[in-house]
Design a protein around this ligand. Structure first.
Ligand code: CRA
Length: 819
């Protein structure tokens, strides 16, 4: 089947036909966007057959299915990835070339669907890719936000948020399926009714409701004919609002339902690792969770008559606390719609739901005021109340007289619903996302729960898909790797280990550095086009791209740049190899300190880049609108990967792995998955600095950290900090960076993230980088060894662990002969 359509001639013919039928145009008059759409239609033809074959196989074989419930799926562009996984990328590129078109330009026509904030959403996308590739039945469930993550513009150094209308031209790979809609109810009140058999039941009355309309996106497995589905739910008003209802007396209700549907999925909350606690967000959560669970149960019932068998066929993985209302919604459906007894419903629920924790940041802990919960979801709240009542009894039985335990562990406490506690009490598995993170959960954050349910806890270190982040993002290196060790790495990344043999080989080193250089040239071109800055492609590309957050310490990085600049100014002959410091980061719209940090980076860039006296030794670039599509290019071009979070704060990180896979050397703290990267690659091939997680946690407990000491005792640190408020980087407004200065020295929790404590150690590690890069062979060797040891960080490995330890899915083979 595939061969046919991706036969060049057939493909070209099909694209031309699509142009004609869709736009009545030919190649000479069609725009790139129109050609892109036409190409997608041709690709979709192939996908449809395989998708159907997959669904038929699932229907026949009834494999156990994981429903991955996530508020975010940061998919990035689909076309290139789909072609790669269909093993048609090269053919299509050649076909387009014959038509005088560059495949990159056509790929650039696709909006970058940004239905996620950062790591958590991108992880969900990598997981789907791995699930399909490994041959498992999986269904991603999320929200079809009309506006995903905003587009970032930098104007006069400030971040400006611009709405990203990704659906403007229609999204070619989604399939709207109104015939599979579900009703989701909000508000009203609960009444008790007795049915004809004398059985008591609970009925929600006077509610407002919307339709949840699924849109399917194909998740194409790598060369295995299997296509899983990502469902994103759109909201629609139940009845088209009509003036008729005015006469019927429910005009008000019709207006409210219309409004509810219209706002519900308008926009993704742009916070990473931070909750805003807005009522609309809880509505979004319940909306997609309810629809997804209704669908899962309906599908299950089509082939099974005993609901008690559900855990054999279904698992709901809750991606952080955002979808944990699933626990109560599943109970509600089993109790009220399926009329099971509490114990039966609880038995099913507690064997069907599992929870992943992604953060220990206090501001990310989801708690909802009971008042909101009860008003919005009255029946669901009753159920949570009952789960809590039973759980508290259990705690009392286990720890008689220990009220402290109840205070710490109850689901309902102090007027709030603690979503993590709900997930832990009901979930049969609770996992962290890197070894260190899981240990911190067990020993600190979730200690009481670990003590009570030790068997539920496990670790699943995050991973990334090599198909997108090496295969698609870095085609030169991908080819080099394939030349050396064969192409098995596409589905078994551990084979990269065989590259170890080449690490010492001068020719291989040269080839590797040559590829890195070409990727740097590609990025330099992008920077020139987007930022108007010329960068030296022979300089060290030192990169920190990720969300802007205080704990990630972009501030440490830029303060160090300011320090280096001072050093060069004082001693122009100092041995510093040319370096380009590259930043990319979005700040949540309401996060002032983060936005100030972006402004600081841009102002420092302005001063340094325009100072000819330093001979271009250092340059600073802030790449506007960091997103999945430019990320692929950035990883490929990096020499140094900055992973410098305060130890204990970054649960895992996944950017760190993408850099490693692309042969950048990590400069980082022993935090998150950096710890495991260090174990894999060895101390000689990574630059580690700073306090350990234990040290940080100790200081936090003892409240004994005083940043002022560093300021007073280290004149160079003092100078840099003073430059925040003496106009060096804000000549027209000396007060501009006062808040950053105060946050480091004078605020209540001054230097909460230990920037000054780690500064010297960071500067020293940076100096090591400076020297090491000048020994080209050693550098190349270490870089190659980073690629060679990145195998563990494939999301294929992560997913196989989830399958083995938590999900227990059946492997499916799709026979493509019939398709
Ligand atoms: N912000 C963590 O902070 C982690 C990802 C994926 C995060 C990252 O260290 O790699 O999750 N946590 O596990 C999060 O979103 C709500 O918590 C993240 O992306």
């Amino acid at each position: 089947m595939r061969d046919n359509v991706f036969n060049k001639k057939v493909f070209i013919k099909s694209v031309k036909e699509n142009l004609m039928t869709q736009y009545r145009k030919d190649l000479s008059t069609a725009s790139n966007q129109e050609i892109f759409q036409a190409v997608c239609i041709s690709v979709k033809d192939v996908i449809m057959d395989e998708w159907l074959a997959t669904q038929q196989t699932f229907a026949r074989e009834q494999p156990k299915t994981v429903y991955y419930l996530s508020m975010e799926f940061l998919m990035g562009r689909a076309l290139g990835n789909i072609l790669l996984n269909l093993s048609a990328y090269d053919e299509v590129a050649e076909a387009l070339q014959e038509l005088g078109l560059d495949i990159n330009a056509i790929e650039d026509e696709e909006p970058d669907p940004a239905l996620g904030n950062g790591g958590l959403g991108r992880l969900a996308a990598c997981f789907l890719d791995s699930l399909a590739t490994l041959g498992y039945a999986a269904c991603g469930c999320g929200i079809r936000y009309r506006y995903g993550m905003f587009k970032q513009q930098i104007i006069d150094g400030f971040q400006i948020e611009v709405p990203d209308n990704w659906l403007e031209h229609g999204y070619p790979f989604e399939l709207r399926r109104p015939e599979y809609r579900y009703e989701v109810k909000f508000g009203g009140h609960v009444e008790q009714e007795v049915d004809e058999n004398g059985k008591l039941s609970f009925v929600q009355k006077d509610y407002r409701s919307v339709w949840a309309i699924p849109h399917d996106m194909p998740i194409v497995g790598y060369k295995n004919n299997l296509i899983d589905t990502l469902i994103i739910w759109d909201a629609e008003a139940k009845e088209v609002f009509s003036l008729d209802s005015f006469d019927k007396g429910d005009y008000q209700k019709a207006v409210e339902e219309e409004m509810l549907a219209r706002n519900l999925v308008d926009v993704l909350y742009p916070n990473d690792n931070h909750v805003a606690g807005k009522e609309l967000r809880l509505k979004q959560q319940y909306f997609f969770v309810s629809a997804s669970i209704q669908r899962a149960i309906e599908r299950f019932k089509q082939k099974n008559d005993n609901l008690m068998d559900m855990p054999k066929k279904i698992v709901f993985q809750m991606n952080d606390t955002h979808p944990t209302v699933a626990v109560a919604e599943l109970m509600r459906i089993l109790l009220d719609d399926e009329h099971l007894e509490w114990d039966e419903a609880w038995e099913i629920t507690t064997h069907c739901v599992a929870y992943t924790n992604h953060t220990i940041m206090a501001e990310a802990l989801e708690k909802w005021p009971i008042e909101i919960f009860e008003r919005l979801l009255p029946r669901v709240y009753q159920i949570i109340d009952e789960i809590n009542r039973r759980f508290v009894l259990e705690v009392q039985a286990r720890y008689p007289g220990n009220d402290e335990k109840i205070r710490k562990m109850a689901i309902l406490y102090d007027g709030q619903v603690r979503m993590a506690h709900l997930a832990i009490v009901a979930g049969y598995s609770i996992n962290g996302v890197a070894k260190l993170h899981t240990e911190i959960l067990k020993k600190q954050e979730l200690r009481d729960f670990y003590e009570m349910f030790p068997d539920k806890f496990n670790n699943k270190t995050n991973g990334i898909t090599q198909r997108r982040f090496l295969g698609h993002g870095n085609r030169l290196l991908a080819k080099w790797v394939t030349d050396k060790v064969g192409d098995k790495w596409y589905t078994d990344l551990s084979v990269l280990k065989e590259l170890t043999d080449y690490a010492d080989n001068p020719k291989a080193q040269e080839e590797f550095m040559e590829i890195k250089h070409k990727n740097k040239v590609r990025l330099a071109k992008y920077i020139k086009e987007h930022n108007g800055i010329d960068v030296d492609t022979n300089s060290i590309f030192d990169v920190q791209v990720k969300r802007l957050h205080e704990y990630k310490r972009q501030l440490l990085n830029i303060l160090h740049v300011m320090y280096l600049y001072n050093v060069i100014k004082e001693n122009p002959d100092v041995d510093i190899y040319p370096r380009t410091f590259i930043f990319g980061a979005k700040a949540a719209a309401g996060y002032e300190t983060a936005k100030k940090t972006i402004k600081l980076i841009n102002n420092v860039a302005e001063v340094i880049n325009n100072d000819s006296s330093i001979n271009g030794k250092i340059k600073v670039v802030f790449i506007e609108d960091y997103k999945v599509s430019n990320a692929e290019m950035i990883f490929a071009a990096a020499d140094v990967s900055e992973q410098i979070s305060t130890a204990s704060k970054e649960a895992s990180g996944t950017g760190n792995m993408k850099f490693m896979l692309n042969g950048a050397i990590t400069l980082g703290t022993l935090d998150g998955a950096n710890v495991e990267m260090y174990d894999e690659v060895g101390a000689d091939n990574i630059f580690i600095f700073g306090m350990s997680a234990d040290e940080v946690i100790e200081h936090e407990k003892r409240h004994d950290y005083n940043p002022i000491d560093y300021y007073n005792n280290d004149p160079q640190i003092k100078k840099v900090l003073n430059q925040l408020i003496d106009g060096t980087y804000s000549a027209n407004d000396r007060e501009l960076f006062r808040t950053l200065y105060n946050a480091l020295l004078h605020d209540k929790e001054a230097d909460k993230y230990f920037i000054l404590a780690d500064f010297r150690s960071y500067a020293k590690a940076q100096q090591k980088v400076n020297r090491y890069y000048q020994d080209k062979n050693s550098w190349a060797k270490s870089a190659i060894l980073n690629v060679a040891n990145a195998g563990k960080f494939s999301s294929d490995r992560t997913i196989q662990e989830y399958v083995d330890d938590i999900w227990h899915l059946d492997k499916v083979k799709i026979d493509n002969t019939g398709a």
